[in-house]
Ligand binder design. Structure first.
Ligand code: ZN
Ligand code: ZN
Ligand code: ZN
Length: 377
């Protein structure tokens, strides 16, 4: 096992300042007065600040067109906030225990303003703000500014590429471990160890769906002992340098049956069709349609029971979604999964997933391991 990537250069104050300006522009274009960003991926993207503990004390970045970016923090957390690279691009305002944080936040907002607020904002904070400014209105970030973090810049792409290479190296290694006679949880532990060994700081999921368990797309790993002849869905990922990986391959323990070969080939062609549909200016839903068409024509349409893909970045599930009804266009720099599957209840499932980025010329896969049906011992 070798290290796969050097630690990337950190994002700079200028990177964060540019993102804050983009966010304000996006809010204005959406008819909003600004953004209220609480701890979570939006705040990490805009400032690099990740409070060590999520607390009941209000922390919020206020971005509006009419004032400098302002980061409101509890006084005791001010030193941590100041240490974040992007905090230098904002004015820090602190509030002390015993003071009213909503009064402090209100001073930064328009009484009748309309703001996008982080999806993960605590209800108590939003209710506190609404009580302090009864004429103000708030909208979920994902509902009003879904594409805020969707287009990745070159430095973010480099991180996603490195995370994908680590996931690919994990897949190559797992092909050499023993499956038959071991529990799913044991193979899942191997996957987690490999992801960490190849540089992930966090493992988010290690799906090992053997035999009938593979027919449940969200089965993770259980006590089932893997048997010879099993089809096994592997789907794993986590975070590396803060950015996500997520890939699936389906393997067979020993020789596959003709039916397993057939279903696997249908999914492989569907995944290929989905990736081939990636093109700037084309609606996201076309990726879903392209993959789904292949599966439906093969007679398995009822057995493809989830959307074709999801965006990935600071989190492993985020906009854009490759789903019927998502008419927004693909834009160069977007990164998302293309992961069709076929699930035969009580028997087996097959899923193949790559992370793909949109380029001027079409889709480029970040995951490049062989998509053929591989056998394991
Ligand atoms: Zn999922
Ligand atoms: Zn996955
Ligand atoms: Zn996925």
């Amino acid at each position: 096992m070798t290290a796969t990537a050097a630690v990337p250069a950190p994002f700079t104050r200028d990177d964060y300042a540019a993102r804050m300006r983009r966010a304000v522009d996006a809010a204005r274009a959406a008819g909003l007065d600004g953004l209220l960003v609480t701890p979570g991926p939006d705040l990490v993207w805009l400032t690099g600040y990740r409070p060590t503990a999520l607390t009941e004390r209000l922390t919020a970045l206020v971005l509006t067109a009419d004032r400098e970016p302002t980061l409101l923090v509890p006084t005791l957390e001010r030193p941590d906030a100041e240490a974040a690279e992007g905090a230098a691009a904002a004015t820090l305002v602190d509030w002390t225990d015993g003071a009213d944080p909503y009064a402090a936040a209100s001073a930064l907002l328009r009484p009748d303003g309309r703001y996008a607020v982080s999806d993960s904002a605590w209800a108590m904070h939003l209710l506190g703000l609404q009580a302090a400014l009864p004429a103000s209105r708030y909208h979920a970030m994902t509902a009003r500014l879904p594409m805020l973090r969707a287009v990745k810049d070159a430095d973010e792409l480099a991180r996603l590429d490195a995370a994908a290479r680590a996931a690919d190296a994990t897949y190559e290694e797992i092909l050499g471990v023993r499956f038959a006679g071991r529990r799913e949880t044991e193979v899942a532990a191997d996957l987690a160890d490999l992801l960490r060994g190849f540089g992930h700081e966090q493992v988010d999921f290690t799906v090992v769906g053997s035999g009938p368990n593979g027919a449940n797309p969200h089965h993770e790993a259980g006590e089932r002992v893997i048997e010879p002849g099993d089809c096994v869905v592997l789907d794993f990922g986590g975070l590396m340098s803060g950015y996500g990986s997520d890939t699936s391959r389906t393997v067979c323990v020993g020789e596959p049956t003709d039916e397993v070969r057939e279903v696997h080939e249908v999914v492989r062609q569907a995944q290929q069709a989905g990736v081939a549909a990636v093109r700037p200016g084309v609606a996201c839903q076309e990726v879903d349609r392209a993959a789904r068409r292949v599966i439906a024509e093969a007679g398995y349409g009822e057995r493809f029971i989830h959307r074709t893909g999801h965006g990935i970045g600071l989190t492993t599930h985020e906009p854009p979604y490759m789903i019927e009804g998502e008419e927004r266009p693909m834009v160069p720099g977007m990164c998302f999964s293309v992961e069709p599957g076929v699930y035969l209840p009580g028997r087996f499932g097959v899923r193949i997933e790559d992370i793909v980025t949109v380029t001027e010329d079409g889709g480029r896969r970040l995951n490049t391991t062989n998509r053929g049906l591989r056998t394991v011992a």
